[in-house]
Design a protein around this ligand. Structure first.
Ligand code: DOR
Ligand code: ZN
Ligand code: ZN
Length: 425
């Protein structure tokens, strides 16, 4: 198959190229002026109005399967992923049962292969049942294909246990991805503590609740000489902690999500439970620092923290609603609109944050359009403006604070291992 004439985002800029795909790999790339001649029986796809990115990779997704199939399943979650342009996703272990053993990890991989949309890499829990007591069976999970360890949704409260986790993880070539939240400080807070928590009367939690654990994980990584990855950074002070740690050579990497560089806590003022997320939306100062962190490389990558919920878990009083935003189908457009159109990143830098960086951090194959690489490609129309309508999501999670927002950049086609897995009708 040949995808011809797209503006291709490569390591050395954007170029009009033809891409030949054979047996799931990129077999040839040539400047569109020269053109690749179609062989007999070779299918040709006109991409001349589209921009091609290396297949997007989301290293932080909640698929809810097994156990919470009313919120999402591996089938609907991966359909949502390819519609959002993602060719590979990593799924967090807060399922039921928890991904804390090889059986659950094996199920997820097998089910993902069966539904056949995008590649799915499970992330194993750090502790058994995410209870924070005993380390889970890391070796077995690694053999079953987990690509990292995380207690996401929670922080491992016991610091010594966390240190052990980092050491064991590294023996198996895995990193810990840390959800940073000091429970005693959060103490039931549901939003950021500031002007809008006061205005609404909703219980707030302060930045330190996140920052203290970011600092702790950095201290552990520094002392032990091991890598650590910080999940969904939302505070200006957390960005600064990571920036300083990187400057002195600590092996720390970090991610953020579109909602942290697009929204502030002003979004909570109408008590819309779809604005409830953990960590919470913060202030303009934080939003601008997150953007600065993306620009200067402090924040390595963009993830969705796709957290689909059933309406029953969201359409309740704010304080009782579940935390989370359904993010797979809006991430690319929000990132393109805010960061590229906003003059923060180039297209190449966006491709790095959404594809190459997650591949580097987790050691996944992908992140580049080059001969010999798996043919994972995301094609988008960067001129198309559209309005977010959750009723059109294929994800079961319709929970988005971006409903009604007009964004630019639309995923038109997603190719995984050389097969078209999504194409807009
Ligand atoms: O908002 C969130 N939702 N944050 C988390 O850490 C967990 C996630 C979920 O699982 O719903
Ligand atoms: Zn989290
Ligand atoms: Zn998460």
């Amino acid at each position: 198959m040949i995808f011809y004439g797209a503006d291709v985002v490569t390591k050395d800029g954007v170029k009009k190229l033809d891409i030949r795909v054979k047996r799931g790999k990129i077999a040839a790339i040539a400047p569109a002026e020269e053109g690749l001649a179609a062989g007999r029986g070779e299918q040709v796809v006109d991409c001349s109005l589209l921009t091609a990115f290396p297949g997007l990779i989301d290293m932080h997704v909640h698929l809810r399967d097994p156990g919470f199939e009313n919120k999402e399943t591996i089938e609907t979650g991966t359909m949502s992923a390819v519609k959002g342009g993602f060719t590979q996703i990593c799924c967090m272990p807060n399922t039921k049962p928890v991904i804390d053993n090889k059986v659950v990890a094996t199920y997820i991989k097998a089910r993902a292969r069966e539904v056949g949309r995008c590649k799915v890499h499970p992330i194993g829990a750090i502790t058994e049942g995410q209870k924070g007591e005993n380390l889970s069976a890391i070796g077995g999970m690694k053999a079953a294909g987990v690509v990292a360890l995380s207690e996401d949704g929670k922080t491992v409260r016991n610091t010594s246990l966390m240190a052990n986790a980092m050491m064991y993880a590294s023996d198996f070539g895995l990193k810990c991805l840390c959800h940073c939240e000091d429970e005693s400080l959060v103490n039931g807070g549901v939003v950021h503590a500031g002007y809008y928590s006061t205005l609404t009367g909703l219980k707030g939690s302060i930045r330190a609740a996140e920052d203290i654990i970011i600092a702790r994980e950095i201290c552990l990584a520094e002392s032990l000489g091991l890598p650590v990855h910080i999940c969904h950074v939302s505070t200006y002070s957390g960005v600064q902690l990571i920036r300083e740690a990187k400057a002195r050579g600590v092996q720390v990497t970090a991610e953020t999500c579109p909602h942290y560089f697009t929204l502030t806590d002003a979004a909570i003022r109408d008590f819309d439970p779809d604005s409830k997320v953990n960590p919470p939306l913060r202030e303009e100062r934080d939003r601008l620092s997150v953007i600065e962190g993306l620009k200067d490389g402090t924040i390595d990558c963009i993830v969705t923290d796709h957290a689909p919920h059933h309406a029953d878990d969201k359409n309740v009083e704010y304080s009782y609603a579940a935390f989370g935003i359904s993010g797979l189908e809006t991430s690319f457009a929000l990132s393109y609109t805010m960061l590229v159109k906003g003059g923060v990143l180039t297209l190449g830098e966006l491709a790095d944050k959404m594809s190459a960086a997650p591949a580097r951090i987790l050691g996944l194959e992908g992140g580049e359009i080059a001969v010999g690489m798996p043919a994972d490609l995301t094609f988008a129309d960067l001129g198309e403006a559209w309005t977010v309508d959750p009723a059109k999501f294929v994800s079961k999670g319709k929970n988005t604070p971006f409903k009604g927002r007009t964004v630019t950049g639309r995923v038109k086609m997603t190719v995984v291992d050389g097969k078209i897995k999504y194409r807009e009708k």
